[in-house]
Design a protein. Sequence first.
Lengths: 212, 781
Amino acid sequence: MPNATFHSVATSVAGWSRRMFLTASATSLAVPLFARTSRAEAMDPQTARAKDPRDPANLALTVNGRKHQLALDARTTLLDALRERLGLTGAKKGCDHGQCGACTVLIDGRRVLSCLTLALVAEGRAVTTIEGLAKPDGTLHPMQQAFIDQDAFQCGYCTPGQILSAVSCVEEGHAANDAEIREYMSGNLCRCAAYPNIVAAIKQTKHSMREG
Amino acid sequence: MKPTFVGRSVRRLEDLPLVTGKGAFAADVAFPQQLHMRVVRSAYAHAKLLSIDIAGARAAPGVHAVWTAADVKKIPPIDFRLTRVPGLEPYRQQVLASDRVRYVGEPIAVVFAGDAYLAEDAAELVSVEAEELPIRLRAEEEPGEFAPGHSSEAAVIRKGYGDVEAAFRDAHAIVTLDLKVGRHSGVPMETRGAIARYDAARDVLELYGAAKVPHWNRDQIARMLGRAPASVQLYEGHVGGGFGVRGELYPEDVLVCAAALEFRRPVKWIEDRREHLIAANHSRQQQHRIRAAVDAQGNILAIDDEFFHDQGAYLRTHAVTVPDLAAAMLPGPYRVPAYRAVGRVRLTNKTPGGTYRAPGRFESTFARERLMDAIAAETGLDAIAVRRRNLIAKVEMPYRRVLGTLGTEVVLDSGDYAGLLDKTLAKIGWTALQAALRQRRAAGERVGAGLAMFVEKSGLGPSDTVRISVDPTGAVEVVTGVASVGQGVETAIAQICADALGVDYARVRVVHGQTDRIEQGSGAFASRVTVMTGEATRIAATALREKAIRAAAELLQAAASSLDISDGEIFRADGKAGPSIELGEVARVLAASRSHSDASPALAAEGTFRTDHMTYPYGVHIAVVRVDGDTGGVKVERYFVAYDIGKAVNPMLIEGQLAGGAVQGLGGALFEEFVYDERGEPLAVTFADYLIPTAHEVPPIEVMITEDAPSPLNFLGLKGAGEGGANAVGAAIAAAIDDAHAAAIAEDLAASGLSGCLIILLVIARESGRPSNPQRIAIVT
C-alpha cells in the first residue's frame, strides 16, 4: 500500500474551494464597485486599502427600509451580513451554493440568492428580507397569509425563501398557470414537499397582490 | 353544541413565527464569546492514520484550539439507542477517528476559532498522513475484516416461522427476484447544528439545536462526559425537517459539549451541505434475493428472503433497527403461511446508515410488491387479483404475525385491507384508467400504472407522560417529552387537549423537546407522537377536567355531575340557571386556597399512556407514469395515496405528511442516489448531484384518508401518519414503469426469446439516461 499524505477534504477533489472563489470574486469585484462610489470615497485611503479583502470595507446597507453602516470583510456575502451582522436570521443557509433557494431575499424588488451575492453588491440598493415583508403593524403580506391558509409548509425552514421567491414570481408575471409557477419556483427546494400547496398559495395571492 | 377540534383541519399554531422569519433554528442561536467548531474529515474511504499535523492550524489566525482523538480519548464511542443485539459494540463510532478512517467524511480533528470562516481556513491546514487500505463498497460481496477479529458482517437478522422448505418443495411455482434499493436519505433543508454552553454558576451544560430524542441524547451525553443527567439540559428550537436523520446523537454533538466544558466558552457547530451529505446518516441501500412459493391459484405458500444491508462504515445509534424492521414488516398485508428472512448487516466504506422515513419498509415493501407483480406474471393472474386473494381479511384482526421488532410483537391491531383496495380502485377509476392507458399505449405512448399495498407501523411505546396546567389567565400549557421536527405536533396535541378539557385549541401551548421541563421523554420517531403523546394528553386533560369540575362544584355550590366545560368556562349543563366560572378563575382560587383537600394547589394534572404494542396503519399507492421512448426519462403523471389512519386528528396535517412523504419517495425512486466511485469517493456532495425533487417534477399528490379501522389500542383509535406517504413509492413507480414497457417488452420478448424479466432490465437500461435506474427498479431473474 502506498503512503499518502493528504490535506483535509475541506479542499475538495478539484482543489476548488468556495472560500477561494469568494476571495477571488471579491477582489475582482472591488474595482467596478468602488468605481461607483464618489470620488472623495475612492480617494479615502481606507477604501483604497480594501483591495485586500480581509481589510474591512465600509458600506451602507438599506434593509427593510432601515439604513445600516457596516465595516465588513469584502468577501462577506449578503446572507452572512444579514444573519451575522444585522441579526436578521430569517434568510437561511441551506446549501451556501445557490442550489436551494433558502437564502432568497429581494434586492430592488428582484429575487436574489443572498449566499451568492456579496454584501458590497447590495450597497445603495433596497434589500427586503422576510422580516420586512409584513406591515409595521404586523399585518401579514398576502403571500405570508396565503402560505398559512394553504398549509404551504411544514418545518418552515425554506419558507422565508419560498415566500420572497413567490412574491417575486408573481411580480415578474410568472404565475400565469400551475406549470409556469412550478417552473419559476423550482429554484426553491422544500424537503417537506409542500409544493402543491405552495402553488396554491401563489394562486391565491396572485389576485390579491394585483388588487392591492 | 360543544365545539370539537379533533377531526378538523384547523390551522397550525406553529405558523406565525415561521412565515415572518422569527423561527429559531440551530444556526439562529448565538451566544457572546462563542467559538466555532470546524470538523476536519477524512478524504479516504479506508486508511490507517499515521500522523496528524495540527501545528499549521494551531498557528492560524483566530484559532483557539485543535483537537484530535488524543484529546478526547476518555470519551467512549456513541452507543445504540434501539435494536441492540449482542456483539455489536466493536462497530460503534468514536467521536474522532484514532487509528483508522473508514469513510470519506469521518471526523479526524476539530478546529475551534472565534470565527466560523477562520475555523474553516485553519481546518484546511491540518495535514494528515495516512496509508490507504483496501475498500469494500458492496454489501452483497463476501464479508471481510472490519477490524482485527471482527468481520465486516456485523450481524445476521433471522426472522421467520413455519416450514419454508416444505412449502417450496410442494409449490406449484416458485418466483424468484433479485432486487436492489439505492442509497438515499432524509436530507432536511436545515443541516445539522449544535451549540453547547456551560453555565458554571449553575453547573449545567446546555445543548441547543437538539431534535428528535432530546432526553435519550441528554442521558448519553451525560454518561459520555461523566456528568449527572440533571446537570445536562437539551433545548429544541425550531427544527428544519427530521425524516429520521436529524436529532440522532452524532460525534459533533458530543464534541461541542466536551469543548464547551473544557474551554468554558459557548461552542457552535453548523454543518455545511457537503458535510451533511457525507456525514449525516444515509439509509435504504439493500439488495434482496427473494422468492415465493405459490399454488396454482396464486396463493402464497411461503416467502424466503435473503437480503444484504449496506450499513456503511459504522453502526450508529440505530444499531440494526433498519434491517430488523425490513425483516419484520416484509410480509405486509398478506397471509404468508411460512416465512424466512435472513438479513445480512454488512459494513462498507461509506457514510454510516440510520433510519429514513419508513425505514426498512420502503425497502421491504419494494421487495414484496415486486414479488406480488412477479407472481401475477408467473400465474397469469391480474396483479390486483393476486393481491386481493392473499390479503389478510378484516375478520382475522387482530392478526398475530409471530414476528417481533423494536421490542414488540407484531400484532396487526385492525385493518380492512380489501376494503381500502376497493375504495382506492373506485376513487381513481381503475378500470377506466386501464382502458385509457391501453389506448395510449396502442397509439405508441409508453404509459403505465402501478399499484402497491403496504402496512405501516406507528405509536411505538413503551410510554409517554404529559403534564397539563392552567394558569390564572386561563392559558393552558401541555408539557410533553416528545419533539417536533416540523410536522405539526403542537397543533395536533393542542386539538386533543382542547376537546378533552373543553377549551379553544388556540389557548393551548404545547412544550416539547425541553429536558428541563419534564423528567422523561421518548421523542419523535417511528410515527409515535400523535398516538403516544396524543393519548397521554387525553388522559391528562381528562384528569384535569375532573379536577377543575370538582373545584368548581364547590365554588358554584352545584353537583359536579351537572357541570360541563366549554371554551374554558365551567357552566351548568343540566339546563338549570346558575353562575359559571372560568378555568383561569378556578386556577386562581385553587392557588390561593388554604383548605382545599387536593394535595397540589395547582390546576394541573399528569397523564401517562403505556402500551406494549404498536398500531398498524395501512395504505395503497398508485402511480401513473409516462416513459420517454427516446431518453427513458420517467414522468410521473399522477400519484395517488390511500391511507387508513384509524382516526384523523387534523386531516390537513395528515395530507401534508402523506403528500410530502410520497414526494420524498419519488425522489428516492427516480432522482436521488448517494453514488460512490470505485475509490469510495462520494459523488453526491451538493444539491447539483443529489437531486431532491423540486416543484417542477412533482405532480399533484392525490390523497385519500379513511378511518375504517380505528386502533383498539387507544381511546381515540389513533394511528400515525408520518411514514405512509413514503412507504410504497419505490414499489408503485417500478410497477408503473414495468406496465409502461409491457407492450414494447412483449415485442422484444417474441424477437429474442430471452426471459421477460431480463428484457425489462435490458429495455430500461437501454432507454434510461441514468444507468443506476435499472438496478433500482428492474426485475432481474
